[in-house]
Design a protein around this ligand. Structure first.
Ligand code: AP5
Ligand code: MG
Length: 213
């Protein structure tokens, strides 16, 4: 099964993706996570992408496609892939379609995780992440056992660079202008599955399972 998980910044894509990938043995491909680790490793892609992410802008499509094409060609031991944070504009959606055609693969479901602005702001403001293992926390909804330390690897938790109030506003604007049109693209293909993302993690996950099973 091949899935795209969609939704505004902070809707809970990464959180749900980790549960979905375990349930269905999928290769979780998060362009945001891959870019953040490229920045951490100071790789060429990381150096090119850093400024765009810090300013809340989309990273240029060529850089994103380079990452995605490589990831999609891998994943031999999985039962499919789960795209998180990609595609983010119509051009990326069209390039994905072309890439999948070449690989003889197709998308089965596009989950659209809806969340109100109030939910988004509360979730992003309380988010903490572990840059080492990628685990996502929330100071109120899913705090670590030991204050500010990752449960998995003991690393200190951090704020994401783009989780500042003025950058969040920019990311939401970019989402409305460039990413929302992608919904219609998949609606027309009959692939869009709408999920209310405002409830607790487990309620949202059950809603997703109902749609996928
Ligand atoms: P990316 O990393 O994709 O960020 P995003 O889309 O803005 O989404 P987030 O990761 O912020 O939110 P999420 O929906 O994953 O929420 P999470 O699960 O963490 O992209 C970052 C940047 O990279 C972009 O701005 C762009 O510059 C660049 N980029 C990436 N992909 C690109 C592309 N394709 N093209 C061009 N540029 C690209 O949850 C949020 C918080 O809420 C957490 O604290 C979590 O614990 C909590 N939470 C989650 N679910 C619940 C729940 N149900 N109840 C209570 N709390 C919850
Ligand atoms: Mg995410």
């Amino acid at each position: 099964m091949n899935i795209i998980i969609f939704g505004p910044p902070g809707a809970g894509k990464g959180t749900q993706a980790k549960k979905i990938k375990e349930q269905f043995n999928l290769n979780h491909i998060s362009t945001g996570d891959l870019l953040r680790s490229a920045i951490e490793n100071k790789s060429e892609i990381g150096l090119k992408a850093e400024g765009f992410i810090r300013e809340g802008k989309l990273v240029p499509d060529e850089i994103i496609m380079e990452i995605i094409t490589k990831e999609l060609a891998e994943g031999k031991n999985f039962s499919g892939f789960l795209l998180d944070g990609f595609p983010r504009n119509i051009n990326q959606a069209e390039m994905l379609e072309e890439t999948l055609r070449r690989l003889n693969k197709k998308i089965d479901h596009v989950i659209n995780l809806e969340a109100s602005e109030e939910t988004i702001i509360e979730r992003i403001c309380g988010r903490r992440i572990c840059l080492k293992c990628g685990k996502i926390y929330h100071i109120k909804f899913s705090p670590p056992t030991v204050d500010n330390k990752c449960d998995n690897c003991g690393e200190s938790l951090t704020h994401r660079d783009d989780d500042k109030e003025e950058t969040i506003k920019k990311r939401l604007k970019v989402f409305q202008e460039q990413t929302v049109p992608v919904f219609d693209y998949y609606r027309k293909k009959n692939l869009l599955r709408i999920i209310d993302g405002n409830s607790s993690e487990s309620v949202v996950f059950n809603g997703i399972l109902e749609v996928l099973q």
